[in-house]
Design a protein around this ligand. Structure first.
Ligand code: NAP
Length: 337
C-alpha cells in the first residue's frame, strides 16, 4: 500500500466494531500518523492499546475532528447523524457503519470487492453496508456476474447476538447462566423474548409491509451495491444464540441457467470468499459460524440446484459480521481512499 500516513478518528472506539477496527488497522498495517479514539462521556479517560501504545479515549464532541483525514463511525445511527456532518465540515472523509446515510443518493455504499469504483459522491460520507447484506453479497456477486445477473433472492438469516453489540452477548450469557443454575431469568434489555436455547424471528423494527427494517436492507442495499435496480429480495432475519458470525441460507434466481460447478469456480476465483462444500466426505464439510469467526473470508457451502425455482441455486454463506460485516469492510474502504 502506498498511502501517505493518515490521521484517523474512530467514533465508537470502545464498542464491538470499534475494537475490531483497531485490530484490522494493526493487522493490515494501515499507515496511521495519528489516531483519535472517541466514545461517550462514560468511556472518556479509558485507554486502548494500538501498536503497543496506550491511547486515551476522548468524549465525542462536534470539535473532535480537527486535522482528521478519515473518521470511521461505529457508534449507532443517531450519533452518525449528529456528528458525521461535523467531521465532514472539519475536512474529514467519513466511513459510516450505521444505516443513517446508506440510501442517500450522494453517498456511495461500498463493498470493496464488489463496487470499489462507485462514484465518490459529494457528501464526504461513504457508507458501509448492513452486515447481513455484505456477507450475502460476497457470495452472490460472483454468481451475479457468472449467470447474467440476479433477478431475485429468497433468504433466511441466522444472526449472532454480537450483531446487537456488547449488550446482546451479555443478555445471552446472563440467560444461559441463570438457566444453568436453575434461577429465574434476569430482566431483558435487548431482545423481545428469551434468546438462550431459542431463536427469534425478529431483527430490527417491523415495517408496514410485515418485513423488518433489517430484512428490507438486503433488498434496497443489494440493488444499490450490485447496480441491479430490479433485484427483489424476500428475507426473514432470525436471531440465534450464537456469539459471533452471521449465516444466511439463500435461494437466488438468475437470468441465465446457473451451474453448480461454475458457481463454485466463480466463488473461488473471487476475492474475500471461498467454497467449503464437500457433502460426501466421511465427515461432510460445510461452513459454520465458528469456522468464520476472526477470519476475513466469507465461506460458502451447500451449493445446489434449486428443486422448486427455475434458473436458481440454493446455498449457505457464513461470515464474521463484526469483521467483514463492519470493521474490515470499513478499513478496506479507508484503504481505497
Ligand atoms: P456497541 O458494542 O454497543 O458499541 C457502541 C459504541 O458507540 C461504543 O464505543 C459507545 O461508547 C459508543 N457510543 C454510544 N453512545 C455514544 C454517544 N452518545 N457518544 C459517543 N459514543 C457513543 O455497538 P457495535 O456493535 O460496535 O455497533 C456500532 C455500530 O456499528 C452500530 O451503528 C451498528 O449498527 C453497526 N454495526 C454493528 C455490527 C455488529 O455486528 N456489531 C455490524 C455492522 C454494523 P461507550 O463505550 O462510551 O458507551
Amino acid at each position: 500500500m502506498s498511502q501517505s500516513p493518515k490521521h484517523l478518528a474512530i467514533a465508537g472506539a470502545t464498542g464491538a466494531v470499534g475494537i475490531e477496527i483497531l485490530k484490522c488497522l494493526e493487522q493490515r498495517d494501515f499507515p496511521v500518523s495519528q489516531l483519535t479514539l472517541l466514545a461517550s462521556a462514560r468511556s472518556a479517560g479509558k485507554k486502548l492499546t494500538f501498536r503497543g501504545e496506550e491511547i486515551e479515549v476522548k468524549e465525542l464532541t462536534p470539535d473532535s475532528f480537527e486535522g482528521v483525514d478519515i473518521a470511521l463511525f461505529s457508534a449507532g445511527g443517531g450519533i452518525s447523524e449528529t456528528f458525521a456532518p461535523h467531521a465532514v465540515a472539519a475536512g474529514a472523509i467519513v466511513v459510516d457503519n450505521s444505516s443513517a446515510f446508506r440510501m442517500q443518493e450522494d453517498v456511495p455504499l461500498i463493498v470493496p470487492e464488489i463496487n470499489p469504483g462507485d462514484a465518490p459522491g459529494t457528501s464526504g460520507i461513504i457508507a458501509n453496508p448492513n452486515c447481513t447484506t455484505i456477507v450475502s453479497l460476497m457470495a452472490l456477486n460472483p454468481m451475479h456476474k457468472a449467470f447474467g445477473g440476479i433477478k431475485s433472492i429468497i433468504a433466511s438469516s441466522y444472526q449472532a447476538v454480537s450483531g446487537s453489540g456488547a449488550q446482546g452477548i451479555a443478555e445471552l450469557e446472563a440467560q444461559v447462566d441463570a438457566i444453568a443454575k436453575g434461577e429465574p431469568l434476569p430482566d431483558r434489555n435487548v431482545y423481545p423474548c428469551q434468546i438462550a436455547f431459542n431463536v427469534i424471528p425478529q431483527v430490527d423494527k417491523f415495517q408496514e409491509n410485515g418485513y423488518t427494517k433489517e430484512e428490507m436492507k438486503m433488498h434496497f442495499e443489494g440493488q444499490k451495491i450490485l447496480h441491479a435496480p430490479d433485484l427483489k429480495a424476500s428475507v426473514t432475519c432470525v436471531r440465534v444464540p450464537v456469539y459471533r458470525s452471521h449465516a444466511v441460507s439463500i435461494t437466488a434466481v438468475f437470468n441465465d441457467k446457473p451451474d453448480v460447478a461454475a458457481a463454485r469456480a466463480a466463488i473461488d476465483a473471487a476475492p474475500g470468499v471461498r467454497v467449503v462444500d464437500n457433502p460426501f466426505a466421511d465427515t461432510p464439510e460445510f461452513p459454520t459460524p465458528l469456522d468464520c469467526t476472526d477470519g476475513d473470508d466469507c465461506l460458502v457451502g451447500r451449493i445446489r440446484e434449486d428443486l422448486v425455482l427455475d434458473n436458481a441455486l440454493t446455498f449457505w454463506v457464513v461470515g464474521d459480521q463484526v469483521r467483514k460485516g463492519a470493521a474490515l469492510n470499513a478499513v478496506q474502504i479507508a484503504e481505497l481512499l
